[in-house]
Design a protein around this ligand. Sequence first.
Ligand code: ADP
Ligand code: MN
Ligand code: MN
Ligand code: MN
Length: 336
Amino acid sequence: MKIKAEYIWIDGYEPTASLRSKTKVLNNKILSVSELPSWGFDGSSTLQAEGGDSDCKLKPVWMCPDPLRGGDNILVMCEVCNPDGSPHKSNSRAALVELADKFKDHKPWFGIEQEYTLMDGKQPAGWPEEGFPERPQGPYYCSVGSENVAARGMVEDHLDLCLEAGFEISGINAEVMLGQWEYQVGPLPALEVCDQLWVARWLLERIGEDYGLTVELHPKPIKGDWNGSGAHINYSTESMRAEGGISVINEACEKLGKEVEKHIAAYGANNDERLTGDHETCSINEFKYGVSDRGASIRIPMDVANEGRGYLEDRRPASNVDPYKACAALIDTTCS
Ligand code: ADP
Ligand code: MN
Ligand code: MN
Ligand code: MN
């Protein structure tokens, strides 16, 4: 019985890459990613190679059931490699593999809150064809009722698909701007959270095709008094989660305060438009951390402060962040 394996990879567009995929038909059911053959694609069509020497390699690194095609069909996350098998320069996962291994004794966990805006043509879903909704933001966050909510059907379908694929989704919510939503992946180790997040993004775009809606990951899709979209990263190591871990959390915040540029560079493009100091953000030019402070770069949740252990929330990553880069930066800065 033949099966379909959707090979998914990240292209070479800058500053923000997109997902690509194509289907490989295989002769047998696949039980583990190591059974999957590597494959290739035309890198000259994805800004990953020149036309004269265009072959790039797809190395399968992670798989899950395909909740759309069902049966034994699978989704396969791939790393892009050069013909000799070395990581392509657009391949940000390979570096995370090394760091995650180097610091594995710290047992880092990540929970990523992916915010996004569903667009119906040029306007966010639920918006009038031109101009702005009658009411400013305020009622839309975590709202119910057709005057407050748009595109819930697609959002619910996406959640179901992610759960059927076996992802560690911890929740969803309507966001502050009408048409803006969030799902959370984690807590999970670095590679798992990132692979799941990328494939969850692929599933969202894929079902957007069926709903006629597109997924906008720009961190400030609507200028003015409308919230931007982030991808807060909740982060802990074993010692932060253990008794008295708050001191390790504070130390990590101090280390992060000394590496602001490195982190902002890893946290997504156009983030300066979002990190203004308004709309529950800290200015991109400032660094501060604090308990329960949604205007800080790093928030220590109230429960964590009360219990004296847990995790920190880095609020700076943009919705279009490459999680491989962001998680690598967090491990590198705080574990060494
Ligand atoms: P917010 O109040 O900022 O909207 P959310 O509930 O949306 O928070 O997201 C919090 C995320 O933190 C969830 O994905 C959750 O799984 C994750 N999380 C919880 N505990 C930890 C931990 N110890 N380490 C890392 N992430 C964690
Ligand atoms: Mn959230
Ligand atoms: Mn949010
Ligand atoms: Mn958050």
